[in-house]
Design a protein around this ligand. Sequence first.
Ligand SMILES: C[S@@+](CC[C@H](N)C(=O)[O-])C[C@H]1O[C@@H](n2cnc3c(N)ncnc32)[C@H](O)[C@@H]1O
Length: 379
Amino acid sequence: MREFLSRFPSFGSICPTAPAGAGARFHLSDWPVGHAPEPNLVGDQRVDVSSGGSSSDDKSRFTRARGGGYHKSVLLEEVTHYLQPGPGMLFLDGTLGGGGHSEQMLRLGAKVIGLDQDPAALSFARARLEKYRDNFGAIQGNFREFGELLETVGISGLDGILLDLGISSRQVDDADRGFSFSKPGPLDMRMDPDSEVTAAELVNSCEEAELARIFYQYGEERASRRIARAIVERREVEPFECTTDLAGLVASLRPRRGKAHPATRVFQALRIAVNNELRALEEAPAEVPRWLRPGGRLVIISFHSLEDRIVKSFLRRCSQPRLDRPEWPEPRPNPEHYFKLVMQKGLAPSNEEIKTNPRARSARLRVAERLPTAVAKPD
Ligand SMILES: C[S@@+](CC[C@H](N)C(=O)[O-])C[C@H]1O[C@@H](n2cnc3c(N)ncnc32)[C@H](O)[C@@H]1O
């Protein structure tokens, strides 16, 4: 574990997570016509979405292919409104998930490259989007490496990029993935099942101070130290293996306030640590200016304040025409002035959307438009 941690200096003593993108796999055989070096349209799992057969099996296949039950896309209309997808345009969906946002773009005639680090999400989305195969390609990998992945398949520019952060409902609902505190399952939480560290490994081997820091920094959990101490005491007797086992311990230490389960923050923190989520979000946007064509838009949906803070600060930094510092005689042009903010504040879902999809309630959407400024060369 120590050797593993030392590869992530900026995390200090926090137990970090698998190197994002380790084991990224390409599925060039699914590449779309027009943007691929070698178009070949064979997917690895096919579902005929054009036929909603009458048997219940056919029906469930059809529902699955339409995204029913997998994940209800958040802020779908708003994303479509701000990205304005249409024929002749190419978009990157960096968090493909169940493919709901991608489907909307494809339906409007755009081409889409979908990226997800979870192979199960890719299989589902490929099947769902099969009828758009001429315009759709899917790659397994981490969006923090999207530039390299796009280069590998010969893409040179994009008309828009979407990042719909976090995990899908399917990932939460599938007890075997270990994201849920309400269903017994292995304490796993890896979006990419080939990444190195599971939540159980963190919980059973991180030092107490490291655990407390994870819970505090990634979960904003006030009882972080108390919970970390109890975990360390308990694991000496019996290591944690099961989600509800950990959730039960946290619940015994922390009274329920409001509707949220007492273990919500601890589970969020572990998930962020296991998947190195904030690091991916810090690194990916830096690549965006190089890939977005002038007028192209970056749309990011975040689900908690830690994510939104990173997005907001990146967009603020890259949307100021001039920079000023007390030691400078006058303001200077900002070499990273790449974007115009399309909205000043994050956009929340409507009450109607929250009513039909309570998981959307914490979503915030931010949008920026690429200016024609050239990308500054590194010093
Ligand atoms: C909220 S879901 C996306 C749902 C999708 N927009 C839809 O409409 O169905 C987020 C997805 O992004 C994936 N994901 C999260 N972080 C990622 C990362 N750094 N790189 C690649 N995929 C990521 C997750 O595995 C999950 O499938």
